[in-house]
Design a protein around this ligand. Structure first.
Ligand SMILES: [Zn+2]
Length: 304
């Protein structure tokens, strides 16, 4: 009898440890950095001669086209009216693509504009934020591939942001694959996907580095601010293969001060405390400007 009880001891110890760890992690905690707070960001309507436009996505997965707001706008009785349905297939439109809707938690803040300037290819700028719910930010190496594209190459690119400062950006060469017919793969024009990540304190081009910073800040400092994820998509011309570099070098210095100012503003929320419970993922209130309240396309709300 005693021998049997002795045998059970290691198992009981492990069980107790697991339960303690569970209770420890599940306990309500006070964290700093206000990860559910307001995001004081307004996407500029113009950056260095680049004009901003909103984008709306068709919710029909057979069509799934992206439309510029200008292309959907007509003048009715002297007032601009934005069409609520896809001009190609008539389906509902949403500020968030089908892929994003499937991959991202419901309350992910997203800010997005297409910036274009005569004589240059347009640049699509997206800034996504994490909150309490950290799935909001995905490694593009996962979600680009899951959306049917191929990453041909990956490398860093440095953009001068000031007299003696530069920003390290991660660049992916992407080829969108449309489909395969008769053993032949049809592919679209290649494009560049460039990104970097930031929180009030840090800036990196590496998702792994972000995971490490998040783990350290969360575990040892109870500091859990929002992380922002800036991504830029632009075409990669085959006849002019370095044009995208010159364009990023031109455009990023216009965008960068907007992000720097935002980081300073977010840093002012550092002292705000949040008590997190086990199921805190619901706390991330959407603050993006693509009106995620319209994420359900049946409740399409026009902006004033
Ligand atoms: Zn459509």
């Amino acid at each position: 009898m005693l021998a049997k009880a002795k045998k059970a001891v290691p198992g009981l110890i492990v069980l107790t440890m697991i339960m303690c760890a569970g209770f420890y992690l599940a306990r309500p905690r006070v964290i700093y950095g206000n990860p559910t707070g307001e995001i004081p960001l307004v996407m500029p309507s113009e950056l260095g001669g680049y004009k901003a436009q909103k984008i709306l996505f068709c919710m029909n997965d057979q069509c799934a086209r992206a439309h510029l707001e200008d292309d959907l706008t007509s003048i009715v009785d002297g007032l601009p009216v934005v069409a609520g349905t896809c001009p190609v297939c008539g389906s509902e439109l949403s500020p968030i693509s089908i892929g994003e809707m499937n991959l991202l938690p419901d309350n992910t803040p997203i800010f997005r504009r297409q910036y274009s300037r005569p004589g240059r290819p347009p640049i699509l700028v997206t800034i996504v934020f994490s909150g309490i719910e950290r799935r909001s930010i995905h490694r593009p190496q996962i979600c680009i591939v899951s959306q049917g594209s191929r990453i041909l190459n990956e490398y860093p690119h440095y953009v001068k942001t000031g007299a003696d400062s530069e920003l390290k950006i991660r660049v992916l060469d992407i080829q969108q694959v449309y489909g395969e017919a008769g053993g032949q793969t049809t592919a679209s024009e290649p494009y560049i996907y460039a990104y970097w990540l930031f929180n009030p304190e840090r800036e990196t081009d590496s998702h792994w580095e972000r995971f490490l910073y998040m783990a350290i800040d969360n575990s040892f400092r109870d500091y859990r601010p929002r992380w922002g994820y800036v991504s830029l998509s632009l075409p990669r011309s085959q006849s002019n293969p370095d044009a995208w570099k010159r364009q990023l070098d031109e455009f990023v210095p216009f965008l960068y001060p907007v992000v720097s100012e935002l980081r300073e503003e977010l840093d002012k929320q550092r002292g705000i405390t949040t008590v997190i419970e086990t199921s805190s993922s619901e706390m991330n209130i959407n603050q993006g400007d693509v009106e995620a309240k319209t994420r359900n396309p049946r409740q399409n709300v026009q902006e004033p």
